[in-house]
Design a protein around this ligand. Structure first.
Ligand SMILES: *[C@@H]1O[C@H](CO)[C@@H](O)[C@H](O)[C@H]1NC(C)=O
Ligand SMILES: *[C@@H]1O[C@H](CO)[C@@H](O)[C@H](O)[C@H]1NC(C)=O
Length: 223
């Protein structure tokens, strides 16, 4: 009997070992960077510190106000209301967050990427033209679609994507993201509005543009 018990336990032990190796990956970054330091004065962690569980209450998992439209009177004609770990501390380590996106007629959520999360978007009101572009290895293919209320579209992690309101009335969408803090890099702002600016000759060659046009763009997006 002991012998057979041992025979059963061996594969279980091996399986446990394999699982423990599979879980030994580094956790992925939960902010743009977390540079190591020697002195412990300014201690930060990957993500957030955890509150004493005995002091946790329902408010830590609650947010109110996603019924309120964001103000879309801006350059691009859209407004993203973010509900991530900054708004709901209970999202720390949960790997999810949420946004509401409002679009003025002909407004757009300009090309951007989320470095830390995939996105699933559902259109509630209006008509959107949405899409993402795959990586260089996939020949930068555009995956695009016109969405109507109730339609859902997925933007895979890291892919450059956008949404445009092609209707005559305001549009509203909600989206879930697979990170407590997915991050946003708006392409135009990051490239032409970096602080300090990237040398214009670099961007002129990269985008095959006249240097004066680059300087114009940098003036528009600059800090
Ligand atoms: C988005 O809307 C909020 C609430 O109306 C406003 O405070 C904020 O400035 C808007 N953001 C942009 C980028 O327009
Ligand atoms: C929306 O933002 C614009 C520009 O900042 C401002 O003039 C307008 O009063 C705002 N509207 C509301 C409803 O807050």
């Amino acid at each position: 009997m002991r012998f057979f018990q041992a025979l059963i336990l061996i594969p279980i032990a091996i399986l446990a070992l394999v699982i423990s190796f599979a879980e030994a990956y580094d956790p992925s970054p939960l902010q743009d960077f977390c540079v190591a330091i020697d002195d412990l004065n300014g201690v930060f962690v990957n993500g957030r510190f955890c509150k004493d569980p005995m002091r946790v209450n329902a408010e830590d998992f609650f947010f109110s106000g996603l019924n309120v439209p964001g103000n879309t009177s801006n350059q691009v004609g859209s407004n993203v209301t973010t509900v991530n770990v900054d708004q709901i501390p209970g999202l720390n380590t949960m790997g999810i967050s949420l946004v509401r996106i409002d679009y003025a007629p002909h407004g757009q959520n300009p090309p951007h990427t989320h470095p830390r999360g995939s996105e699933i978007l559902v259109l509630i009101k209006g008509t959107l033209y949405v899409g993402f572009v795959s990586s260089n290895q996939d020949n930068n293919r555009l995956f695009a679609k016109v969405l109507h209320p109730g339609d859902v579209f997925v933007f895979p992690i890291g892919m450059i994507h956008f949404q445009v309101n092609i209707g005559k009335v305001p549009a509203v969408a909600f989206a879930g993201l697979s990170s407590q803090n997915a991050g946003v890099i708006t392409i135009a702002n990051a490239v032409f509005g970096s602080n300090p600016p990237i040398y214009p000759e670099v961007l002129a060659r990269a985008f095959q543009l006249d240097e004066n046009i680059v300087k114009e763009l940098q003036a528009k997006f600059g800090p």
